[in-house]
Design a protein around this ligand. Structure first.
Ligand code: KIV
Length: 266
């Protein structure tokens, strides 16, 4: 089974890291069979599984349920699970909820959105021995404050602040960092500014790895696909299925073919 140290070693070795979300056992088996490096049980499940229009209604019970069923099926990939909205502002509550994801959700590490006001919560979780994945850029749990799903860090001051936040997260022991919907140039700058792996989603090809929402990259999400995603299933020859689509994604990430300029922001 892949460890956090294995994922960190990939950055040092210059090997790109391929991550996808999963929320159930069957998809987890496809991801593992295709050689995915890590699986994120993302609170995006609130939208793609539960049919909400944001991640805000997702509860701890939802995350524990999906994390546990993914953990049961997973054989190889590292497992990361999101702490949902309003579950980690207070450090003691954050530690308790992170413990629940590890013990009841059987995950390897927890992911939290932001820096600044939640640094104390992150520090408390890490001091408790629980590994943390950070998340900067577009923060879906702060969508109301951000005023919609739009590219973050385009202004110089905001870009500089994001680099500062990435360094602050690394300095308190965050082990992996996700950056979402930022200019490709900023994705590169953040990846070069920290030694921990930086995983982009809509953050350009120069991040240390990529993550996508599984249903987007299989063309299952109803409506318009986000610009930063790509449908890897419909591009396959007839007769090929989910495992081959995920394998194509893994290969495209590793070779640097994905994301192309058309999936990136300036
Ligand atoms: O919840 C999720 O799927 C995520 C990804 C968009 C990174 O956080």
């Amino acid at each position: 089974m892949k460890s956090i140290a294995d994922i960190q070693a990939m950055k040092k070795a210059g090997e790109k890291i391929a991550i996808l979300t999963a929320y159930d056992a069957s998809m987890t088996c496809h991801l593992d069979a295709a050689g995915i490096d890590a699986i994120l049980v993302g609170d995006s499940l609130g939208m793609v599984v539960q049919g909400h229009d944001s991640t805000l209604p997702v509860t701890m019970e939802d995350m524990i349920y999906h994390s546990r069923i993914v953990a049961r099926a997973r054989e190889e990939a590292l497992l990361i699970t999101d702490l949902p909205y309003h579950t980690y502002a207070d450090p003691d509550v954050a530690r308790e909820n992170a413990r629940r994801l590890i013990e009841e959700g059987q995950t390897d590490m927890v992911k939290l959105e932001g820096a600044g006001s939640i640094l104390e919560s992150i520090r408390t979780i890490i001091e408790d021995g629980i590994p943390v994945c950070g998340h900067l850029g577009l923060l879906p749990q702060s969508i109301e404050e951000l005023g919609g799903y739009r590219v973050q860090g385009r202004e110089q001051a905001a870009a500089d602040k994001m680099v500062e936040d990435a360094r602050a997260l690394e300095s308190i022991g965050v082990a992996i960092l996700v950056v979402e919907c930022i200019p490709a140039e900023l994705g590169k700058r953040i990846s070069e500014s920290v030694t921990i792996p930086v995983i982009g989603i809509g953050a350009g090809v120069d991040c240390d790895g990529q993550v996508l929402v599984l249903y987007d990259m299989l063309g299952l999400t109803p409506g318009k696909r986000p610009r930063f995603s790509k449908d890897f299933l419909t591009e396959l020859p007839a007769g090929k299925g989910v495992t081959e689509a995920v394998r194509a994604y893994v290969e495209a990430v590793k070779s640097g073919e994905f994301p192309a300029a058309e999936h990136s922001f300036s």
